[in-house]
Design a protein around this ligand. Structure first.
Ligand code: HEM
Ligand code: HEM
Length: 200
């Protein structure tokens, strides 16, 4: 793990244990919810359980984004247009980013993923596909027009999740193959090679 590092780069524990557990639990629960939603039994009780687990994980992530360690906090990876453009310009360079956390472009994908997952669980709670079996637990709290809209967006949301996760994996592969930077190992061990001149 302690490979030779270029000057100005050091090993730092960027991702804390709670954030890493959150990430891998989210992967398991989202994949399970997606699979059960699309291919599972007609009675979707198990799908609901996986969905509730995602709600719990999202609640934790929002809390952690406010009070967690620096690299996990939302303010730490909230970048303006100029920082994002500057990073985009450097992106094609065939060198690792050594970024101590989510880089400005990765941050967009993090916010995008969290936002679409919030939309997905919110629409699931009030969905009513009128099949008389699978009714979201809060469906009777809203109008039947909202039930229908939620059902439509719950379906569309599942496709957007598929697209964003594919993009997420493509970006990780791009970093691995083109930029020769392994982002996955830090998400497992917590340790990442980062530039010394950037604060945690
Ligand atoms: C359902 C599938 C997945 C979802 C919903 C998902 C979601 C996320 C989210 C929300 C983050 C931000 C972490 C944070 O909260 O700060 C993240 C980061 C990350 N994910 Fe995933 N992920 C998925 C699958 C995967 C898989 C399969 C891998 C590994 C092959 C992976 C590797 C990573 C890495 C390396 C990061 C950190 C990126 C960085 O350095 O900025 N993810 N993912
Ligand atoms: C990340 C979390 C979730 C994902 C990825 C997801 C995904 C899906 C998918 C793929 C379907 C099948 C849609 C179709 O083929 O028409 C579905 C249906 C459904 N889900 Fe979820 N879901 C999630 C969370 C939830 C939650 C939290 C609830 C409520 C407790 C929920 C309630 C429902 C209901 C009632 C249906 C049937 C309505 C329909 O056919 O659209 N889901 N979900």
């Amino acid at each position: 793990m302690r490979d030779q590092l270029p000057d100005g780069v050091e090993w730092r524990r960027v991702w804390d244990i709670a954030l890493r557990l959150f990430h891998w639990a989210l992967v398991v629960c989202v994949v399970t919810a997606w699979g059960l939603g699309r291919f599972g039994p007609a009675i979707m009780t198990l799908h609901f359980y996986a969905g509730y687990a995602v709600i719990g994980l999202l609640a934790f992530r929002i809390l952690w984004g406010l009070v967690g360690p620096a690299p996990a906090r939302f303010g730490h990876f909230l970048f303006g247009p100029s920082a994002t453009l500057a990073y985009l310009k450097r992106l094609p360079k065939r060198v690792p980013s050594f970024w101590p956390g989510h880089n400005p472009v990765g941050a967009l994908s993090v916010f995008g993923l969290l936002a679409i997952l919030i939309l997905q669980v919110a629409t699931g709670l009030v969905s009513d596909p009128e099949d008389f079996i699978n009714v979201g637990p809060l469906a009777d709290q809203v109008s039947s027009q909202t039930n229908r809209l939620a059902t439509t967006w719950h379906y569309r949301g599942s496709l957007i999740i598929l697209a964003l996760v594919a993009l997420h994996l493509a970006a990780i592969l791009f970093y691995r193959i083109w930029k020769r930077e392994d982002l996955v190992r830090p998400m497992i061990t917590g340790w990442k090679a980062v530039r010394k001149d950037r604060d945690a």
